[in-house]
Ligand binder design. Structure first.
Ligand code: UDX
Length: 428
């Protein structure tokens, strides 16, 4: 099929590459000329394992092209809308890019009508797909499907090629057929439903995953007070098939482009409908206070941080990404600076972006270097470069051998045997 993908950000680029790999003829569209120039050279604007290699491959075999002009995609059968839906000031999703993409597609369609489907992949409030369909009601043969994505950063291409499920929100049988044809080669359970159901599945999934994390994070505070071990507790819980092992890892809180934004958007959507999602409100509160609680643990070992060297390991919101949006590291750096600490931070990829926000932090080239002479080291993102360390060497190099493990990813028993004072999240 001939496919246009509008927006070459995280979702759009991954979608374009995966569709091209699956045998479709794809054109990626973006207004930002500099981005298109790079993409045409096979350079990915985001760090995502495997994406750049795959991009080069589909560019070389001609399955994927890029343009700044939507007119170049005039003969496409399917238009994916993958533009950003940033958080507006009131927490609702700002849909201006979605609507302008739809208006541009409408123009193209009116100039040369044929059977076409607009697929909304951007995360949009429930009802948006129906509103778009209403806007296009005069356009014969142009239909709308909602097709949310569930990509995880760091695993985006893998998730696009082997999704857990494909959710198709479309009412007309013909539109559903086009969507089935589009994903013909992909083996995954299908949920074929209304547009509104598809839209809510996306928000509800992210809100539920965020809820699991905040539940475990809040419980970790009790675990710390009781002297129990959160890792063992999560393991014991996860073996119950009704619970499952995923997303039970206590830590310094969730970040990223989805959970923070989608949970607030869902709360706003509920409020607009006169519904209070009180559990979700607490989920957000727990997430906001988890870094604060974590830093209180540091105080037990370093009561006054003023002038003390503190190592912060990992800055991205999770490993294998350069994304720092809503990363817990940001509130932790801010609090440490306010306490007057001399902060030495390390991240294999994201340091340069953080540097722009925190110019007074010293950024090192390795985790070891950040920990040298430190009075405490804080693990914020569990990059392998921050986890697989020579503990005997580090023990010698620190001013005070204190390890605050914000991801429960350091080998607790081993480091304690090596002489460190160790404190994890709900484990000691
Ligand atoms: C998430 C969803 O997983 C994905 O389906 C959706 O499309 C977009 O949002 P992503 O934000 O890339 O993906 O990352 P994810 O792996 O879900 O992690 C989100 C945050 O939760 C990270 O900050 C991570 O560190 C944290 N997390 C995750 C925990 O604190 N504990 C866990 O057990 C799992």
């Amino acid at each position: 099929m001939k496919v246009a993908v509008i927006g070459t950000g995280y979702v759009g680029l991954t979608t374009a590459v995966s569709l091209a790999m699956n045998g479709h003829q794809v054109i990626g569209i973006d207004l930002v000329e500099a981005k298109i120039v790079k993409l045409r050279q096979g350079i990915s604007p985001i760090y995502e394992p495997g994406l750049e290699e795959a991009l080069k491959q589909v560019l070389t075999n001609g399955a994927l092209a890029f343009s700044t002009k939507l007119q170049d995609a005039g003969d496409a059968d399917v238009f994916f809308v993958c533009v950003g839906t940033p958080e507006a000031e009131d927490g609702t999703a700002d849909l201006r890019y979605v609507y302008s993409a739809v208006a541009a597609i409408k123009e193209i369609h009116q100039a040369s009508p044929k059977s076409r489907v607009i697929v909304i992949k951007s995360t949009v409030p429930v009802g948006t797909g129906d509103k778009v369909a209403e806007l296009l009601s005069g356009c014969q043969e142009l239909s709308v499907a909602s097709n949310p994505e569930f990509l995880r950063e760091g695993n985006a291409l893998f998730d696009a090629l082997t999704p857990s499920r494909i959710v198709i929100g479309a009412s007309e049988p013909k539109t559903r057929e086009v969507m089935e044809e589009l994903y013909k080669g992909v083996s995954a359970p299908r949920v074929v439903t209304t547009r509104a159901n598809a839209e809510l599945i996306k928000y509800a999934s992210n809100a539920f995953l965020a809820t699991r994390i905040s539940f475990m994070n809040e419980l970790s505070r009790l675990s710390a007070a009781l002297g129990t071990d959160m890792v063992t507790i999560a393991h014991g819980m996860g073996l119950d098939s009704r619970i499952g092992p995923e997303f039970l890892r206590a830590g310094v809180g969730y970040g990223g482009s989805c959970f923070p934004k989608d949970t607030i958007a869902l709360l706003q959507l509920a409020a607009q409908n006169g519904i209070s999602l009180s559990i979700l409100e607490q989920v957000r509160k727990v997430n906001a206070t988890q870094p604060v609680w974590f830093l209180e643990q540091l105080q037990k070992f370093v009561p006054d941080c003023r002038g003390k060297r503190i190592a912060v390991l990992g800055l991205a919101f999770k490993p294998d990404t350069d994304d720092i949006r809503e990363a817990p590291s940001l509130s932790i750096l801010k609090a440490l600076e306010e306490k007057g600490a001399a902060v030495f931070a390390y991240d294999p990829i994201a340091a340069d972006t953080v540097r722009q926000k925190f110019p007074n932090v010293s950024y090192t080239n390795t985790a070891d270097e950040a920990m040298q002479g430190a009075h405490a080291a804080l693990l914020i993102t569990e990059w392998k470069e921050c986890v697989q360390l020579d503990w005997a060497k580090i023990y010698q190099s620190m001013a005070q051998p204190v390890l605050l493990d914000g991801r429960n990813a350091w080998p607790a028993e081993l480091v304690k045997q090596a002489g460190f004072q160790y404190c994890g999240v709900g484990r000691s």
